[in-house]
Structure formats: C-alpha cells, structure tokens
Design a protein around this ligand. Structure first.
Ligand SMILES: Nc1ncnc2c1ncn2[C@@H]1O[C@H](COP(=O)(O)OP(=O)(O)OP(=O)(O)O)[C@@H](O)[C@H]1O
Ligand SMILES: [Mg+2]
Length: 247
C-alpha cells in the first residue's frame, strides 16, 4: 500500500475533536469573519493559519486587548486596529481565496525567554505497529510567533527545555505521556485513513504544562534526527525504507 498523506489540517483536527483526545485539541474552526469574532471573545488570543500550510508560512496571530482594540502579528510585523471589522478586512486581504483556520491560541511555556513547542514522531515499525521514535523541542527565534526551524527556531532536547521546570523523573513521565498521546493519535487517524506510516505531532505546553496538539503532520521531516538523535535515526530510516518512503 502506498504511504498516505493528509495535508488538510482541518480534516485531521475534525477527526481528533471527536475522540477521547478532544481535551488536547485547541478549539479550531474554519475561518470566517463571525467565527473570528466568536473565537476572540472567548480566547482573546487566536492563531489564523492556512489549512494546508507548511513551515509556518502565512500563520498569523490575532489578539483582543482590554480596551477592545485588536492586534495582528505576522512574521515580525505587528498591526493595530480599533475594531474587529478592520482586523477582519486585513486578515481577508492576506488570505485571498485560500482556506484558513482559526484556532484557540496556546500561551506556550518559554525557555530563556523564548516560546517553545515539541515535535513527537511516531512511525509504523517493521511489525506495522505504531511506535514512538523521538521527541525534540523547538525554541522560537526572538519575536517570532512560530517555532518552525525554517523560521529561525532552534532544536533543543526535551530535558534541556523542561529541566528548569521539573526534575528528571517528571521529565521521563512527561516523555511517556507525550509518546502515549502520539500512539493514540496514530490509532485514531489510522481508523479514518489507511496507509498512514509516520506522524509528527506539534505539541505546545501551556503555562500550566498542559499539552495541546497544535497539528499533526503526515509527512514530518526525518533527516533532522540524523544528528539530533542518531540511534533513533537508524531505526527511523529502517522503518521508512520498509514502508517505502523513498520509492
Ligand atoms: N493554536 C496555536 N497556539 C499557539 N501557537 C501556535 C498555534 N498554532 C500554531 N502555532 C505556532 O505556529 C507554528 C506553525 O503552525 P502549524 O504547525 O499549525 O503550521 P505549519 O508549521 O505551517 O505546518 P507544518 O508544521 O506542517 O509545516 C507552530 O509550530 C507553533 O509554533
Ligand atoms: Mg507545524
């Protein structure tokens, strides 16, 4: 069976929203003006992102301030608006005809003053069972609203990022929990899409260390493990060859 990819974030999110993983999924909807108004009154900070985007391209962050003014961030630019209509006009001009999502914003934990999130990789192993392979963190570049390495983000180990907040045994427990979450996501998405072989979960920890699944990539980068986690990389490559990623 050929390797299956699902690029629409909305399709994957909608499936997970209807499972026991729901509590880890930030509230997400297809963008339109009234949904943005609704979401901003509920969450104050939301992400507006392309349904099929990659590398953090086109990702925006909208915030409602106490004085009912609004702010939009994109890249390192910031725009201010006096009304939500002005905000929507600006967002629409950026979106054009593309499909966009609006998602509850997660206030990420920081390391040395930089936001970070985590990438959990799971793969179908040689026995065609989902297996958790490796976790790394990505620390955002200064003043960026995304953590993507292609946007200046830096890879860090989970233990480096969490050491200021927890002891070693709690970090191991967190690692187990995140891997378990990855395996459950694999199980749920596989029920809807046969042929999935590898998944990269983007997970944010909020200020109370609660994990949130921002998105699930069906074609995660694997070369990054070569230097970051060589022993995992050997197993990752072995699996990938077996399911025909390189054909
Ligand atoms: N709801 C959210 N709350 C906080 N930060 C978010 C949220 N959604 C996205 N981000 C930040 O923006 C980054 C990019 O968003 P996302 O991963 O959804 O799209 P993408 O990176 O363009 O897709 P891909 O990872 O497939 O290339 C995330 O890694 C994260 O740093
Ligand atoms: Mg991503």
């Amino acid at each position: 069976m050929p390797v299956r990819y699902v690029f629409s974030k909305w399709k994957k999110t909608r499936i997970l929203q209807n499972t026991s993983l729901k509590r880890y999924i930030p509230k997400t909807a297809v963008y339109n003006s009234s949904r943005l108004v609704e979401m901003l009154s509920r969450y104050k900070m939301v992400y507006v992102k392309p349904d099929t985007g990659t590398h953090g391209k086109g990702v925006m962050r909208a915030t409602r301030h106490f004085d009912a003014s609004f702010e939009l961030r994109e890249g390192i630019s910031t725009y201010s608006f006096n009304s939500v209509d002005q905000l929507n006009t600006r967002i629409k001009s950026r979106i054009g005809k593309r499909k966009y999502l609006v998602q509850q914003g997660i206030h990420m934990m920081t390391y040395q003053g930089r936001k970070f999130d985590l990438r959990v990789l799971i793969q179908k192993n040689l026995n065609n069972q989902w297996e958790a392979m490796s976790i790394f963190g990505r620390k955002a570049a200064a003043n960026k609203i995304v953590t993507n390495v292609s946007n200046g983000g830096k890879m860090e180990s989970l233990s480096t990022l969490m050491r200021p907040h927890m002891n070693k045994s709690s970090i191991s427990e967190l690692r187990r929990e995140l891997n378990q979450m990855g395996l459950s996501v694999g199980k749920q998405l596989s029920e809807n899409y046969q042929g999935l072989k590898e998944l990269g979960l983007d997970i944010a920890l909020d200020k109370s260390m609660r994990p949130w699944i921002l998105e699930v990539n069906t074609k995660p980068a694997i070369y990054v493990y070569r230097t970051f986690d060589p022993s995992a990389y050997r197993r990752i490559l072995r699996n990938a060859r077996a399911y025909g990623r390189f054909k």
